[in-house]
Design a protein around this ligand. Structure first.
Ligand code: PCA
Length: 218
């Protein structure tokens, strides 16, 4: 069993590419495993309960959580989860976490995904992918931290990590219309206009999951 999670929209956005990609991967066969795709609320307190519950219930061998990183131009595999939150935006319940994700938890965790192999396989398929040393200080980092902490404590054989995705092209097109209508900044002043086609994201994720699944069975 492979657990893939995405997030609902946040920060005034109705859509989140991680939601549609997680839904598209739900039920997919990767190696001899099935993907269980779930969409999570952008709610810090709910995530702290839901991720450990999902992992205890489904007992996945591999966990890949997905989220949007506005402005990111490619599939981005996160290497680290920090025990630190600074919510510049409130979550969808209005909560702004500041400080530790988990009191008394270690300062950070390294992703247990085979990031180098996943990146190489995705690039070999002609799809752009990179790694990053920070998943930020918002809900994606917190989700990754909570998951890795729970796996370290209770599911040491489960591989887990986080992947950030770009905007969908349709989101950027709509945003450009809004920027033009508002007439406050020129579009070249905006650094968040990168996007990736949804099928490319799904293909990259399938390849990454196949690579990670093979590593989890080794
Ligand atoms: N991206 C946010 C939270 C939800 C999402 O899709 C983040 O990067 O923390």
């Amino acid at each position: 069993m492979i657990l893939v999670t995405g997030f609902e929209g946040y920060g005034g956005r109705s859509a989140n590419p991680s939601e549609s990609v997680a839904r598209a991967l739900d039920g997919a066969k990767i190696g001899e495993a099935r993907v269980s795709g779930h969409v999570l609320p952008v709610d810090f307190r709910a995530i702290c309960r839901m991720m450990p519950d999902l992992v205890d219930t489904l007992r996945p061998r591999l966990i890949v959580s997905l989220g949007l990183w506005p402005g990111e131009p490619m599939v981005r595999i996160e290497r680290l989860a920090a025990n630190w939150s600074v919510f510049e935006l409130p979550d969808n319940t209005g909560h702004r976490q500041r400080g530790r994700v988990i009191d008394n938890g270690p300062d950070g965790y390294l992703s247990t995904l085979p990031a180098d192999a996943m990146q190489a396989a995705i690039r070999a398929a002609g799809l752009p992918c990179r790694q990053s040393g920070s998943a930020g200080t918002y809900l994606c980092n917190a989700t990754s931290y909570v998951t890795l902490h729970h796996c370290a404590q209770s599911h040491p054989d489960t591989l887990a990590g986080f992947i950030h995705l770009p905007y969908l092209p349709s989101q950027v097109a709509a945003m450009m219309d809004q920027v033009a209508a508002a007439g406050e900044v020129e579009i070249h002043q905006r650094a968040d206009t990168a996007s990736m086609n949804q099928q490319d994201m799904i293909d990259a994720l399938r390849i990454g999951l196949e690579t990670a699944w093979a590593a989890s069975q080794a």
